[in-house]
Design a protein around this ligand. Structure first.
Ligand code: FNR
Length: 183
């Protein structure tokens, strides 16, 4: 059976650069892996009352079941106000509860941050890593993946230049070694 790799994109925007980068990264995984894009559009905001009284929204249950099937986690995120967009933080929160049922626990992660700006969403990258420490997601340290000036890396037709794809491949290859060691 193929190992499922979940892709979590921190943008809901139709023409998201982060999504385009995530799609490019997913194309570089070998045959024995199945990239799965986890849809975060309808993930209700976390409210602990709904877990406490046993009425979690169907979207939470579906999401938690999907994540439980995954071998690896790839987070591709833009930066909102120097931090992680709420949609992605909410996904982390929903997956972390009810208390003691953290679905992220022990699954090896990759963090990639994306920005049209030169600072490459460094703030989002490291705020995300901070949460992943608490959630016990071992995360690839090197190479770090800061994708800045992304507008210049993606062509009008969505294709990506060969040298950028080569860089993406070094990230994916390092993650695959890390995944193997940690799962
Ligand atoms: C942004 N953007 C942004 N960019 C950045 O590099 N650092 C930041 O702190 C912010 N803050 C921010 C806040 C909000 C609310 C929005 C909507 C945008 C710009 C952002 O990088 C740009 O819109 C990207 O195109 C968003 O990523 P996607 O949707 O293309 O993946």
């Amino acid at each position: 059976m193929k190992k499922k790799i979940g892709f979590f994109v921190g943008s809901l925007r139709k023409d998201s650069y982060s999504k385009a980068v995530a799609v490019a990264l997913s194309s570089l995984f070998p045959e024995e892996y199945e990239p799965i894009f986890i849809d975060l559009h309808d993930l209700t905001m976390y409210n602990q009352d709904l877990d406490d009284n046993g009425t979690p929204p169907a979207a939470w249950t579906k999401f938690r079941d999907e994540v439980k099937q995954l071998t690896g986690l790839v987070f591709v995120t833009p930066e909102y106000n120097r931090s992680v967009p709420a949609v992605l933080k909410n996904a982390l929160d929903v997956g972390s509860r009810p208390y003691g049922q953290n679905i992220w626990d022990g699954k090896p992660g990759l963090v990639v941050s994306v920005s049209p700006g030169a600072l490459s969403a460094f703030g989002a990258n490291h705020h995300l890593r901070q949460s992943l420490v608490f959630l016990n997601v071992p995360t690839l340290q090197q190479p770090e993946a800061y994708i800045g000036n992304v507008v210049n890396l993606i062509n009008e037709d969505g294709t990506i230049a060969e040298n950028t794809m080569n860089f993406f491949k070094t990230i994916v290859d390092a993650y695959l070694v890390f995944l193997d060691k940690n799962s």
